[in-house]
Design a protein. Structure first.
Length: 559
């Protein structure tokens, strides 16, 4: 009998353990730490149970300045907790460990796998009094005074802050160390290599101190950040549909805006610029593609806009994708559009901004069913030459001395040559770090700069010559470039665009006065104006596109 009793006891113990695991719910507040590319990153996970086996939640990443990111694919099956976040580009998988009192597992990203244990508790940051608000300060960079913006917020998470450097297009950079002792205030943004130490003045409206040896002063701006008055607001005179389509195993998540009234309608497929972008092409608080899609729909043209690979609701990996991959995504999107009864398959075209213009011409050069191509700030010059000129013009618009501009340009040329010659991205980063350290840059700064200079999007496009495919496009083409564009300078690009399109019987190349690379009305063209300017897209650019399309039977002319 003893063996039977022993077996019965063992089964009972196993059932008890299984029951305990089944009853262990992930609902609650959890916190953990994972290893990031620049050091440890804190994470706070909040999970609610909505029903039997049904959970929802979000994750906070304070060291990245990210809060309330929704958890996707959140499940508890066979004792394994799984969830993804940031457009399914990050995945956690772990089991409950009674000894550790935590969900112990791993976080996987495109290029890294790191351990993380989620323990009970709410990750609360300290509450700091007297600093909430929007602060404007200055930073001196090689003799040029640049704007620094500090946003301090106290909420249920505690007090946290972000820094913007509009002149460097560094926006929403997290402040990992914000402290106040009496009137003494300090904060740091390690990702930018910045540390401020100073004092809050008696009026509570200014901070005086320094970034290292450079004196700095911040003033509280009660107006807050610049507005975005062009963002569309309901009710809308058109239909909005969320949809997705597949290209192989990559799912593209999109929004389609459809004009009211009897179809079928012409449609423009909007293609984003350089870097991982969401479907609205969100940048420095602006949403250019949301504004453009709204304008098109109000004038009788449907618009499809999609998250880039690995962004928002789209799957795939942006960093390892090529321009040809993006063009293949567009092919699949065009097939989806042409199969819809609301869409006139004979009037399906492409509108690309910046790098999106290159992808548009790639697709249109090999397809006869693309009805039109609009390039907004699309380059005509070889990208290697363009990037050298771009750096020069951007620095000049910011006010840097010519001697500094020449020195920067020579360094940029040396870096680009090293990147082009390197057999692998790793070798490129090492080569660039060596160059920068030899120029006297501290090792940490050299590492950050090398990572930027060898980003996949830079390496992907460095040897591209847009004129090659643009010259093969036979669909009607509109190419617009702003006279204040410092990223695609008109003096360099307009002649090359005209030469590439010389064989196209219906090609229009136009310079729009006073507009920058984002098609905003600006004074200098400095990249800091992208953020500081409230206008998202100038009416001149919107109307130029719409009227050109209307003249060719796509939509209505703007009155």
């Amino acid at each position: 009998m003893k063996p039977v009793l022993a077996f019965t006891a063992m089964v009972a113990a196993l059932l008890s353990t299984t029951s305990a695991l089944a009853q262990r719910s992930p609902a609650g507040d959890w916190q953990g730490t994972m290893e990031g590319s620049s050091g440890p990153l804190r994470a706070a996970v909040h999970i609610e149970q909505k029903g039997a086996g049904v959970f929802t939640g979000d994750i906070d990443l304070p060291d990245n300045g990210l809060w309330n990111l929704p958890l996707e694919d959140l499940t508890l099956q066979d004792g394994v907790l799984r969830f993804t976040y940031r457009g399914r580009t990050r995945r956690f998988e772990g089991r409950w460990d009674p000894a550790a009192g935590a969900w112990v597992g791993q976080v996987r990203t495109a290029g890294r796998t790191t351990d993380m244990a989620l323990r009970p508790g709410f990750l609360g940051l300290p509450v700091i009094q007297g600093l909430n608000g929007y602060w404007e300060g200055t930073l001196v960079d090689q003799g040029v005074q640049a704007t620094v913006l500090l946003h301090v917020v106290t909420d249920e998470h505690g007090t946290h802050a972000l820094i913007d450097l509009p002149h460097a297009l560094e926006m929403g950079v997290p402040v990992n160390q914000l402290n106040r002792t009496g009137d003494g205030v300090s904060f740091a943004a390690p990702a930018l290599g910045l540390r401020f130490e100073g004092k809050l003045q008696p009026d509570g409206k200014s901070l005086k101190g320094s970034f290292g040896l450079a004196p700095a002063e911040f003033s509280r701006n009660d107006r807050g950040p610049p507005g975005r008055p062009q963002l569309p607001r309901a009710p809308f005179p058109y239909a909005i549909e969320e949809l997705s389509f597949l290209n192989g195993d990559v799912s593209n998540a999109c929004t389609l805006t459809l004009p009211h009234g009897k179809g079928p309608h012409p449609v423009a497929y909007l293609l984003t610029g350089t870097g991982p972008q969401d479907r609205d092409e969100t940048m420095v608080g602006h949403k250019p593609f949301l504004v453009l899609a709204d304008h098109l729909a109000r004038n009788g043209i449907a618009a499809l806009r999609c998250d880039d690979r690995g962004v928002g609701g789209s799957s795939g990996r942006f960093n390892t994708s090529t321009l040809e991959d993006f063009a293949d995504d567009v092919d699949s999107g065009l097939a989806m559009l042409m199969a819809r009864p609301e869409i006139d398959k004979a009037r399906v075209g492409l509108i690309g901004h910046s790098e999106g213009g290159i992808v548009a011409s790639m697709v249109a050069s090999r397809r006869k069913d693309v009805a039109f191509v609009v390039q907004m700030a699309g380059p005509g010059a070889a990208v290697y030459d363009l990037l050298l000129k771009q750096g020069e013009e951007m620095a000049r618009a910011q006010g840097y001395p010519e001697a500094v501009i020449a020195e920067q340009n020579e360094l940029r040329r040396t870096i680009f040559e090293a990147v082009r010659a390197a057999p692998t991205p790793e070798a490129a980063r090492t080569a660039v770090e060596t160059i920068l350290i030899a120029k006297g840059m501290p090792a940490d700064g050299a590492k950050r700069m090398a990572a930027r200079s060898t980003r996949p999007d830079v390496m992907r496009i460095l040897n591209v010559d847009p004129a090659t495919t643009l010259s093969q496009v036979r669909a009607p083409v509109l190419a617009i470039v702003g006279s204040k564009d410092t990223q695609v300078p008109p003096t360099m690009n307009l002649p090359l665009l005209r030469a590439a399109l010389a064989g196209n019987p219906d090609a229009t190349v136009t310079e729009l006065p006073g507009l920058n690379h984002l098609m905003q009305t600006v004074r200098t063209g400095a990249v800091s104006e992208y953020y500081l300017t409230e206008e998202t897209i100038a009416p001149l650019a919107l109307d130029t596109i719409t009227n050109w399309l209307a003249k060719r039977g796509f939509g209505r002319k703007v009155r």
